[in-house]
Each structure stands twice: as structure tokens, then as C-alpha cells.
Design a protein around this ligand. Structure first.
Ligand SMILES: CC(C)(COP(=O)(O)OP(=O)(O)OC[C@H]1O[C@@H](n2cnc3c(N)ncnc32)[C@H](O)[C@@H]1OP(=O)(O)O)[C@@H](O)C(=O)NCCC(=O)NCCS
Length: 143
């Protein structure tokens, strides 16, 4: 939750509450992983530098949340975590990864570099706190 609360720009309202995360995790098909500043699994007491939360469906897994704390960005942790996500999802039976992103999110560079490609758009799907509407773009990665 510390990373959640520091990583997402409040303008877009993308951070989830603790309650939303807990509700997702009790469903059983949602998975998460943390990453430490050194790129490993955080040990007890080590603060996390980032995390993902995903939802598995039949032969697909969707990245619901993905964030690196601003203090630890541009050191390759996001790319490492994305690779760990792909490996874990593959082990859970996924053959395709999906994610949805607001148009203009700089994360697009990372997603494309990893190999994600756009497959669809929802015009004006999001509304930011200042009232502007923003398209959603769906990306997929076939494994
Ligand atoms: C997106 C995010 C997870 C990237 O984490 P990160 O650890 O900084 O990413 P990495 O260091 O692994 O970046 C790897 C490459 O991706 C690209 N990249 C990452 N962030 C970028 C940015 N803000 N602008 C442009 N390119 C970027 C670069 O090519 C980078 O390589 P380089 O640093 O050698 O140029 C992080 O910026 C974040 O938490 N953003 C806020 C939350 C968010 O929007 N999540 C995605 C929701 S869809």
C-alpha cells in the first residue's frame, strides 16, 4: 500500500484502496508479487519498491495494477517485474497477457519495449479529476 499510495498520480484516481486489494485477493484468481529495491523478493521488514496485481482467466492473465515507487524508478525494476509477471502467469497457464492503459501514460514505452502491442481502444473511457476524458488502450502480449 505504501508503493500504491506514492506511485499513482492522484489526478487519474488509479490507486486502489486497501479494501479493494483485499477484496481482489480473496477471490482466488488474483495474484500479486512485490519487488525489493535490489530486484529480489522483499524479505521480512524490507520495504517493497514495487508490485503488480493481476487476474487470471482461462489461458489469459490481465495486469490490473503495476507500479514502482518513484524513488526507485528508471533502474530496470519495472522491466524485471514485468518479466517475473510473464513467467508466473505462464506457470499459471496463461498464453496471453493483457493490460489496459490510459492514453499518454509513459508506461507505454516500457510495455512496448517488453513486447506488448495495442489491440483495441475505448474512447473517452477514463475521466481525470480535472474533468478531461482520456481513451483507454488495451495491449496484449502472446507468449
Ligand atoms: C511504469 C513504471 C512501473 C515503470 O517503472 P520503472 O522501474 O521506472 O521502469 P524501468 O526502469 O524498468 O524502465 C525500463 C524502460 O522502460 C522505459 N520507461 C520506463 N519509464 C518510462 C518513462 N516514464 N518515460 C519513458 N520511458 C520509460 C524506458 O525505455 C526504460 O529504460 P531506460 O530507463 O533505460 O530508458 C513506473 O513509472 C510507475 O510506477 N508509474 C506509475 C504507475 C503506472 O502508471 N503504472 C502503469 C499503469 S498502466
Amino acid at each position: 500500500m505504501a508503493v500504491m499510495n506514492s506511485a499513482f498520480d492522484p489526478l487519474y484516481g488509479e490507486a486502489w484502496t486497501r479494501r479493494q486489494v483485499e477484496d481482489a485477493l480473496v477471490i482466488g484468481n488474483c495474484h500479486y508479487q512485490l519487488i525489493s529495491p535490489s530486484g529480489d523478493d522483499p524479505h521480512d521488514g524490507t520495504p517493497a519498491a514495487g508490485f503488480y496485481l493481476s487476474r487470471h482467466g482461462f489461458e489469459e492473465e490481465e495486469l490490473l495494477l503495476f507500479a514502482i515507487d518513484p524513488a526507485w524508478r528508471r533502474r530496470g525494476l519495472g522491466l524485471s517485474l514485468l518479466r517475473e509477471f510473464a513467467d508466473a502467469a505462464r506457470n499459471r497457464g496463461a498464453r496471453r497477457l493483457l493490460l489496459e492503459m490510459r492514453r499518454g501514460n509513459p508506461a507505454e514505452t516500457l510495455y512496448r519495449r517488453f513486447g506488448f502491442a495495442p489491440i483495441g481502444e475505448r474512447p473517452n473511457y477514463y475521466r481525470s479529476r480535472d474533468g478531461q476524458t482520456i481513451d483507454a488502450i488495451t495491449f496484449s502480449f502472446d507468449m
